[in-house]
Design a protein around this ligand. Sequence first.
Ligand code: MTE
Length: 326
Amino acid sequence: MLIKKAPLAGLTENDVTPHHLYLNRRKIMAAGGALAVTGLAGACSQQDAAAQSPSVRPTDGALDFATTDYRVSDGDLTPYDAVTGYNNFYEFGVGKSDPARHAHNMTTDPWSVEVTGHAERTGTFSIDDVIDFNALEERIYRLRCVEAWSMVIPWIGVPLSSVLERFRPTSDARYVAFETYLNRDEMRGTRFPVLDWPYKEGLRMDEAMNPLTLMAVGLYGEVLPNQNGAPMRLVVPWKYGFKSIKSIVKINFVSEQPTTSWEESAPREYGFYSNVNPERAHPRWSQSSERIIGGGPFARRDTEMFNGYGDQVASLYAGMDLIENY
Ligand code: MTE
């Protein structure tokens, strides 16, 4: 896959499945975009910028973001209704429509994140201390689920590296572990032992710091709907979707490879790395192609190594056997 660098290269308004708020927002940004870009171009560091103009987190509605010339996936955008109606968020049930039906029960405001482990700054931080809402950017990434389907989504967020750097991880931080919010009253799926709750994920530090890795707070120009992982979730586009943990409340800098929920529940099926790899079949199904969600009943595509993002990430795994380290 070609990663094109021109703004929204390869996508025309005709390719985009209309979502009225998204398109309205894009019109507004065309007029106000200069403001967002000036904010990003300043000489001061991101932290200084945040200190000078404290960000205000919107809890619903539209987000201000810069349309970057960053990596644009090929393929049509997945319709908004599919992005927000066909989800995996097992805390709300294992059915694809359960999250859209039940996730509105989750409290996302106020939101705080506990930071622990090998870092100079640890403690409990409000979401405004974790994410610079003045530095949001849009990135169109394909997310490929381990269940052999994919979606192309216009995410809004900040590089995960900009989040992690705020806490000044030390050289002992070789991995970073994340946990999802857990509230059994609000998350009906957690009353069943489908996974060992809370949902846990982890990345090697160099994967976490790779510029492709996004901490998303929105999609389609709006604040993330709860079912997509409000108020903050990872998007790691070269890995199977389950690595993109939702509704994050804990960040732990660790020296050993952390245990993750799916590895814990079925180690033969789900490894720590979980890089998209058409050569490495899941024990119960092939990973060589995928269904295009929202593309009609027969829409499929061949799955690409690293989900097509190999130019940016293959070097992270130089010398590693990716069949063994699945
Ligand atoms: N995060 C949590 N906390 N719980 C989950 O069940 N499912 C994962 C991932 N993050 C999951 C999660 C899986 S399997 C996928 S494919 C993606 O979320 C789906 O993200 P989406 O629903 O926004 O498309």
